[in-house]
Design a protein around this ligand. Structure first.
Ligand code: DCP
Ligand code: MG
Length: 375
């Protein structure tokens, strides 16, 4: 498959007009590991290779699927599906509890490989990153060779399979890395961004979630091409202040700089109870524990935040949040506790069984300005 793509690519790029534009081009590579947690488990325990495996919580404790191996995905199992439903779809699936320390270690090895190809790296999550390879690309075929090399090196050094997309900007590179999963390598030449993505569903655009997708579909807009053909005021009407950005993204020409410094916008912690809880003192005790965890996490990271938010999910899965913003940033346990109890009382006006409780801290005092440029 990779070979085929490569040949097509060479044919396209022998064209002179394209090469002339080369010096104004930038090359952004997006890399995303395939079935990440599940693949790590299969490497650590080769007996799991080629088998349907589900990484996540046990079905009897209302666990959900964090990820499923591709063998399990063939049964229709997807991330975030309740484990109980997943084992109904594939009774032979092997359930493995998550081992985050291992995922972190594998992730660090992959990120180190990516860093060898460019210092300009944006680490999106454990299994996903962008690198700007513009400086290492003299002719467009260099970009594809870098992609191939990275794939080989990651496979050789870690055993993991990584999918790669390369194009002139982050949006279309992310779309590209997903196009041929698993083991994908897709290059979108400069100027072909819209042509090669216009047939795809609008939800492929990063930033267009399920709600916006539904809204667009109701208006008869299903593909990126149809979306891109809309006038500017349509985008403002549907997406508000984000309209302009989404319009650029849909055209395949949204150029943004990589965010190379990892700045979390919020830190949070939450817990799903084995059994719903209704007793106020138990709820308060659980909230205290979560708040202590949050405070020590903030102190470890030397982060102070002004906004405290709590999340409560009731037995019927309805989720309520409430937040408050203090005059000055904090990570002090006592202040966080007081704020969290105040917020809990705002949500819990009457006793109701709760299945999940969460707390987060955001609006950090040293929040850097966002690096965003629309070229
Ligand atoms: N993850 C999770 N819960 C989700 C989605 C993902 O815990 N709802 C975790 C498990 C994944 C990892 O994050 O292994 C990376 O997420 P991806 O969306 O990239 O999914 P995968 O890497 O598992 O699969 P793919 O091959 O589609 O990238
Ligand atoms: Mg992945």
């Amino acid at each position: 498959m990779v070979k085929e793509l490569y040949t097509t690519f060479q044919k396209i790029h022998r064209r002179k007009d394209y090469l002339l534009m080369d010096n104004v081009d930038s090359y952004i590579l997006h890399a995303d590991l395939d079935a990440f947690y599940a693949s790590v488990e299969q490497i650590l325990n080769p007996a799991l290779k080629h088998k349907p495996i589900l990484v996540g919580g046990r079905p009897e404790s209302r666990g959900v699927v964090a990820t499923a191996s591709y063998e399990a995905r063939a049964f229709g199992i997807r991330s975030a599906m309740p484990m109980r439903r997943a084992v109904q779809l594939c009774p032979d699936a092997i359930i493995v509890p998550p081992n985050f320390a291992q995922y972190k270690a594998f992730s660090a090895r992959v990120m180190a490989i990516l860093k060898e190809y460019s210092e300009v790296l944006e680490n999106v999550s454990l299994d996903e990153a962008y690198i700007d390879i513009s400086n290492n690309v003299k002719i467009p075929s260099d970009a594809l060779n870098i992609g191939l090399e990275i794939k080989n090196q990651v496979k050789l050094e870690t055993g993991l399979i990584i999918s790669i997309g390369i194009s002139s900007n982050k949006t279309t590179s992310k779309i590209a890395s997903d196009l041929n999963k698993p083991d994908g390598l897709v290059f979108i030449p400069l100027g072909q961004e819209l042509k090669l993505t216009s047939h795809l569903n609008v939800n492929k655009i990063p930033g267009i979630g399920p709600k916006s997708t539904q809204k667009l579909n109701q208006l008869g807009i299903n593909t990126i091409g149809q979306l891109c053909a809309q006038p500017t005021d349509f985008f403002t009407r549907i997406f508000g202040s984000q309209g302009n950005k989404i319009q650029w993204k849909s055209s395949g020409n949204y150029k943004e700089r990589l965010q190379t410094v990892r700045n979390p916008k919020a830190i949070s912690t939450e817990t799903t109870f084995r059994e719903d809880i209704i007793d106020k003192s138990s709820i308060t005790e659980e909230l205290h524990q979560l708040t202590s965890k949050l405070a020590s996490n903030a102190i470890d990271k030397s982060i102070k935040g002004k906004t405290i938010r709590i999340k409560v999910r009731f037995e019927d899965f309805t989720t309520h949040t409430s937040q408050t913003t203090l005059v000055s940033p904090t990570n002090e346990l006592e202040i966080l506790r007081e704020a969290s109890l105040y917020l809990l009382d705002r949500i819990l006006v009457q006793p109701r069984p709760i299945r999940l409780l969460g707390i987060s801290l955001s609006n950090f005092d040293n929040e850097p300005s966002i690096q965003l440029t629309l070229l």
